[in-house]
Design a binder for this molecule. Structure first.
Ligand SMILES: [Zn+2]
Length: 418
C-alpha cells in the first residue's frame, strides 16, 4: 500500500531522512553507526537535535540524565505536556532509523502544530533519550527511567569496557550525578507519552501496510534448562536402553514451537549445547535457553507452565532429570486503549488500513508507562530488518507517519479536558 501525501509532507519526509543521514555521521565507528550514551557522538547528536528543536519553535534543555528535551508551550502557562520521544543512542554497527526516526518525527509534528496555530491548552514536548539500548553500561532504558523516576543508584559504579564508571562519564559529559533526580518528570505534568518507531519486524511489510498501532510491548521471560541422562557408546547401546539428554532437549525445542503457534505468542530457543559432544557418544547432558514473549503476561505464564509440565513428563518417561532456572522476567506494558483509539483514527484519517500489533522489542515507552499512559506507532521497515546497517524506510512511509502523528495530536487535543 502506497499513499501519496501532499507536497509539504513529502518535503518534510525528505528533510527527516536527510537528518537521519546527518545523525548517522555522529559515530565512533569507522564506516558504520555506533553512538553510545555520554560519548562525544552523543554530545554532537544532542547539539544538532537541540538546534532542530529550536528551529521548530521549541525551547530546549539537556536534562540531568543527558536527554535533549524540547518544549512548545500551550496557551496555558506551565500546562502539563503531551510528550513525544524515542532514543538517539545506537548499538554498534547500527542502522540510521531505530530510535532516531521517532525523535525527528516528533520535532516535525510539533513544528506543524505550531505553524497551524492551534493554540493547544497543553504543552508539547519532544525528548531525545540518551540511553535505550544498554550498550555502554549494560542496562537498557536508563535515561527514560531517569525521567520516570526509576533510576537505580546501583548503576553509578557500573563501568564500561574501558573501565570508566557511569559516575565519571557523567562528569566528563558535563552532568552532575547528584542532580539525577532533576531529570524526573512530575507525573502530574505529563498527559501521555507517545513513541513512533520503526517496527523492527516483518509484519507490516508482509501485510502491505505503512503503519501499525501498537497494542502492547511484550513482556519476556527467559529460562535456562538442563537435562541430565547417561552418556554411552553410540554403537553398543540399543535405542531402548538409552538416556539421551539431547533428544529430550530437541523435543523441548519442538514443544516450544508447537505451544507458541497454538497460543499466538513467540518462543525461541537460541542456545543449545550437549556433552560430551563426541560424534560416537550418546549425549549425557543437554542445556538450552528459552525466551518466551507475549503482550499478555497471564497467557505467557500459562503457556510457560504447560511447557514445563510437558517437558518434565518427557524427561521422566525417558529416565532423565530436568532442572530449570528462571533468569529473566519483565512484565508486558499495555498501550492505553483510548490512545490506541486516537492513533487508529489518525491512521485511518491519513488513508491507511488500521492494524494493531504487539511490539516484541522493548522501548522507552515501557519506562515512561510508570508515570503516564503510553502509546506507540510503528512504521514499516524494509524486510523487517533492524539493528543492522541495512535498516531502511521509504520517504512515502515517513511522510504518512508524520501526517498520522500530527493527526494523533489533533485527536488528542479534541478529547483533552484540562
Ligand atoms: Zn529503538
Amino acid at each position: 500500500m502506497t499513499i501519496n501525501r501532499s507536497g509539504s509532507a513529502n518535503t518534510a519526509a525528505a528533510k527527516i531522512l536527510k537528518r537521519c543521514d546527518e545523525l548517522a555521521a555522529f559515530s565512533s565507528m569507522e564506516g558504520g553507526v555506533c553512538r553510545v550514551y555520554l560519548s562525544p557522538e552523543h554530545q554532537q547528536a544532542n547539539d544538532r537535535v537541540g538546534q532542530w528543536m529550536r528551529d521548530a519553535g521549541m525551547s530546549v534543555v539537556v536534562d540531568a540524565a543527558g536527554n535533549v528535551r524540547g518544549r512548545l508551550e500551550g496557551s496555558v502557562a506551565e500546562a502539563p505536556a503531551l510528550i513525544i520521544g524515542s532514543h538517539l543512542d545506537s548499538i554498534p554497527d547500527a542502522g540510521k532509523y531505530d530510535g532516531i526516526l521517532g525523535v525527528l518525527l516528533g520535532i516535525d509534528a510539533v513544528e506543524r502544530i505550531r505553524q497551524a496555530d492551534l493554540n493547544l491548552p497543553f504543552a508539547l514536548e519532544v525528548i531525545g533519550f540518551g540511553e535505550e539500548e544498554g550498550v555502554r553500561f549494560g542496562t537498557t532504558l536508563m535515561t527514560s527511567r531517569a525521567c520516570a523516576g526509576t533510576w537505580d543508584d546501583a548503576w553509578w559504579s557500573v563501568t564500561d569496557e574501558t573501565g570508566q564508571s557511569l559516575q565519571d562519564s557523567f562528569a566528563r559529559f558535563g552532568l552532575v550525578a547528584a542532580d539525577i533526580d532533576q531529570a524526573r518528570i512530575d507525573p502530574t505534568k505529563v498527559l501521555a507519552f507517545v513513541e513512533a518507531h520503526i517496527e523492527q519486524g516483518p509484519v507490516l511489510e508482509s501485510m502491505g501496510l505503512p503503519l501499525g498501532v501498537v497494542s502492547a510491548i511484550a513482556g519476556a521471560r527467559r529460562l535456562q534448562l538442563s537435562i541430565s541422562g547417561m552418556a554411552g557408546h553410540a554403537g553398543t547401546t540399543p535405542m531402548n536402553l538409552r538416556k539421551d539428554a539431547l533428544v529430550a532437549a530437541a523435543l523441548g525445542v519442538a514443544l516450544a514451537e508447537e505451544l507458541a503457534n497454538e497460543h499466538g505468542l513467540v518462543a525461541t530457543v537460541g542456545q543449545i549445547a550437549c556433552t560430551p559432544g563426541g560424534v560416537n557418544v550418546i549425549p549425557g547432558t543437554a542445556e538450552f535457553s528459552l525466551d518466551i514473549r507475549s503482550g499478555d503476561d497471564a497467557l505467557r505464564d500459562r503457556v510457560l507452565a504447560e511447557f514445563e509440565t510437558r517437558l518434565t513428563t518427557i524427561c521422566t518417561e525417558r529416565g532423565l532429570t530436568l532442572s530449570i532456572s528462571h533468569t529473566h522476567k519483565a512484565a508486558a506494558v499495555g498501550c492505553a486503549q483510548p490512545l490506541q483509539a486516537l492513533f487508529a483514527d489518525a491512521v485511518a484519517r491519513v488513508g491507511c488500513e488500521v492494524h494493531h500489533l504487539e511490539s516484541g522489542a522493548g522501548h522507552d515507552a515501557m519506562a515512561m508507562a510508570d508515570i503516564c499512559d503510553v502509546a506507540m506507532l510503528f512504521i514499516r521497515c524494509e524486510g523487517g530488518i533492524s539493528h543492522n546497517p541495512a535498516e531502511a524506510i521509504t520517504a512515502a512511509d515517513t511522510a504518512i507517519a508524520l501526517d498520522a502523528l500530527v493527526a494523533f495530536i489533533e485527536n488528542f487535543a479534541k478529547t483533552y479536558k484540562s
